[in-house]
Design a protein around this ligand. Structure first.
Ligand code: 13P
Ligand code: ZN
Length: 270
């Protein structure tokens, strides 16, 4: 067996959590990431058939039986993942009944996966149906996106339209727009179900006055989606209180989407 500390998927989780922390998106234990792994790849580092312990997941994820994920731990600080991955991360395999997670590695001091596991696994199930290559679900609390939640209507058409207007490349990066959920109690199956429902049509979902969820094939793609929303929200927050003299017009947004050949939410334009 190879040393798991050299596994590219572990390095990627360490680097990404550190980067997100540095950007201020993940204060204290805020945020969580889950990444779907290939069993052959994990099998080079650890025995994927032997569980350290079993942890109930609180709902049924039968469609994901046998699937392996690396997931951030609940209550764990993103700032600490880089130096101490074995306590702050875990590799879990969904048991055949879909109700239990077998811990293969990590959460060494007795911890467990994020309290948002329902939203993660339910979102994986939803996104895998749209894109079988989807691997990442990422949640965080980006400052300007969150600030915008307090001063902008929480309507997904209007919210997406405003973001698209803030940076020329937004409509190219997330032509499918941003889904928006109202404030809901986090850490529950209900918010998980609502998020997964939105994930059927969006790769980005705002949790009203809480944060954002992103989904993608790779860590870079998912991170880049959230990063682009956050940049647009920052421009909005820097300008919303000032008289608007210029804007990107809907005809220009259409021109951009057509030039870059992206399938965009035409119904989100005026
Ligand atoms: P966890 O520490 O359980 O991952 O929760 C953090 C969070 O952001 C809740 O939404
Ligand atoms: Zn959160």
């Amino acid at each position: 067996m190879k040393n798991i500390m050299d596994a590219p998927f572990l390095t990627e989780m360490r680097r990404t959590t550190a980067n997100m922390y540095r950007l201020g998106w993940d204060e204290r234990n805020g945020g969580n990431i889950s990444c779907l792994l290939q069993s052959e790849e994990v099998g080079r580092y650890i025995d994927i058939d032997s569980a350290v312990r079993e942890i109930p997941i609180g709902f049924e994820a039968k469609e994901l039986a046998g699937r392996i994920f690396i997931v951030t731990g609940t209550g764990r600080y993103f700032k600490n993942v880089q130096d101490d991955p074995e306590n702050n991360l875990g590799i879990i395999r969904i048991a055949p009944d879909g109700r239990t997670a077998r811990l293969l590695w990590g959460y060494k001091d007795g911890g467990k996966f994020t309290s948002e596991l329902p939203a993660h696994l339910m979102s994986h199930m939803a996104r895998l149906k749209v894109d079988p290559e989807n691997r990442i679900i990422m949640h965080c609390h980006p400052t300007h996106t969150l600030a915008m939640n307090y001063v902008h209507e929480l309507d997904e058409r209007k919210f997406t339209h405003t973001l698209w207007e803030m940076c020329t490349e937004c409509i190219v990066v997330f032509p499918d727009g941003v889904g928006v959920l109202p404030w809901m109690l986090c850490g529950t199956n209900s918010i998980g179900e609502a998020t997964a429902e939105k994930m059927k049509e969006f790769r980005l979902v705002i949790w009203g006055m809480h944060g954002i969820y992103g989904a993608g094939k790779t860590m870079d793609e998912t991170f880049g989606l959230i990063e682009t929303v956050e940049k647009a929200a920052q421009i909005y927050m820097l300008t919303a209180h000032l008289p608007r003299i210029n804007t990107i017009k809907d005809s220009e947004l259409r021109e951009l989407a057509e030039f870059f050949g992206v399938k965009y939410r035409e119904d989100f334009l005026n």
